[in-house]
Design a protein around this ligand. Structure first.
Ligand SMILES: Cc1cc2nc3c(=O)[nH]c(=O)nc-3n(C[C@H](O)[C@H](O)[C@H](O)COP(=O)(O)O)c2cc1C
Length: 330
């Protein structure tokens, strides 16, 4: 069993932190599809300290999604520690994760995110300071390095371990790569061999079989899935089932996809209000519809919707159309 500090995690499948995606509405949905651990979208340390209203809302956690991990990011020790302390005392997150992988220039410019990957000593300093300040287990999510010439994944993971970090999630790409090329799973294997804390492997897992391949190849303690879970919580469910039984569950039918999409929509409305939620849900709806025939025109209609009923109406009509076509063919 995967254990992070004293937090027991039922299986090896972890939902990756994704900004603009992994709020309580999506996390709960993915948790209900069997994820062992769900990670929240990154939250700015400064936003926490300023008690920015939007940031405070990002700290909302539903009891049913636990165990969950809340990720913070920042560039300075003082602010990162203060934010971690706030999350420790004022949220029911189980784990505090520190972002050291974000390649977005807005984040790296202020010395946060992936920039730390250039300096294991800085990682040690930052992680120790946070570990000392909080009771919850602290973990780190990192890319394998800054660029091809600066890959200190092993040194960085060892620094996290020495500093008292309780796990490392490793995305097998450099900062410079952004999302180009293939994720390097060899590095994940090397890191696994170099530390005793749990290692969660991440990068380019798109099927349940690939999740198993990553685990087999690297010996990692868990597998983290990001993009493949967008609009597709079944990916999580199918992966958990495949790892447990070796059996591959078929992909869902369009009706089931739409039902879950609407559940997700209603949860997002409860979280953010109808206006914001419907706008945000447009991208999710497009992801849910990936692979559904005729989704191009429907996507345009979705982008015009402003209310829950309009969006649900477009989705329901799509189900009827797809099923009617299937009946004709049948
Ligand atoms: C839309 C999106 C948002 C992301 N936001 C974050 C984030 O907030 N924190 C983080 O550590 N990684 C973030 N990532 C990176 C993912 O957690 C993950 O490392 C990456 O997508 C590789 O995994 P995958 O190949 O399974 O998608 C994000 C990725 C995507 C696609």
């Amino acid at each position: 069993m995967l254990k992070i500090g004293d937090i027991k995690i039922n299986n090896q499948v972890v939902l990756a932190p994704m900004a603009g995606v992994c709020n309580a509405a999506f996390r709960l949905t993915v948790k209900e599809f069997g994820a062992g651990l769900v990670c929240a979208e990154m939250v700015s340390d400064k936003g926490i300290i300023m008690k920015n209203e939007k940031t405070m809302n990002m700290l909302y956690i539903d009891e049913r999604e636990k165990p969950m991990s809340l990720q913070i990011f920042g560039g300075e020790r003082e602010t990162l520690v203060e934010a971690a302390r706030f999350v420790d005392k004022n949220s029911n997150a189980d784990i505090i994760d520190i972002n050291m992988g974000c390649p977005v220039p807005k984040i790296t410019k202020c010395d946060a995110g992936a920039k730390w990957l250039l300096d294991p000593n800085k990682i040690y300093e930052m992680v120790s300071a946070v570990v000392d300040a909080v009771d919850k287990p602290v973990t780190v999510k990192m890319r394998m390095g800054w660029d091809e010439d600066h890959i200190y994944a092993i040194e960085n993971a060892q620094a996290v371990e020495r500093a008292g970090g309780k796990a490392v999630a490793l995305h097998g790409r450099t900062r410079v790569q952004m999302y180009e090329g293939q994720a390097n799973w060899d590095i994940i294997r090397d890191v696994k061999q170099a530390v005793r804390i749990p290692v969660i492997g991440n990068g380019d897992v798109t099927t349940p079989q690939e999740a198993k391949q990553l685990l087999d190849h690297t010996g990692a303690d868990g597998v983290m899935i990001g993009r493949a879970a967008l609009g597709n919580p079944w990916m999580i469910y199918r992966t958990v089932h495949y790892l447990e039984t070796g059996e591959l569950i078929p992909e869902p039918e369009v009706r089931e996809k739409i039902e879950v999409c609407k559940l997700h929509l209603d949860r997002l409305i409860a979280l953010k209000g109808e206006r914001v939620a419907v706008r945000e849900m447009r991208k999710h709806a497009a992801w849910y519809l990936k692979g559904v025939r005729g989704n191009g025109t429907v996507r345009n209609q979705i982008n015009e919707t402003e209310t829950r009923d309009q969006l649900a109406g477009v989705l329901d009509q799509l189900v009827l159309d797809v099923e009617a076509k299937a009946a004709q063919v049948g």
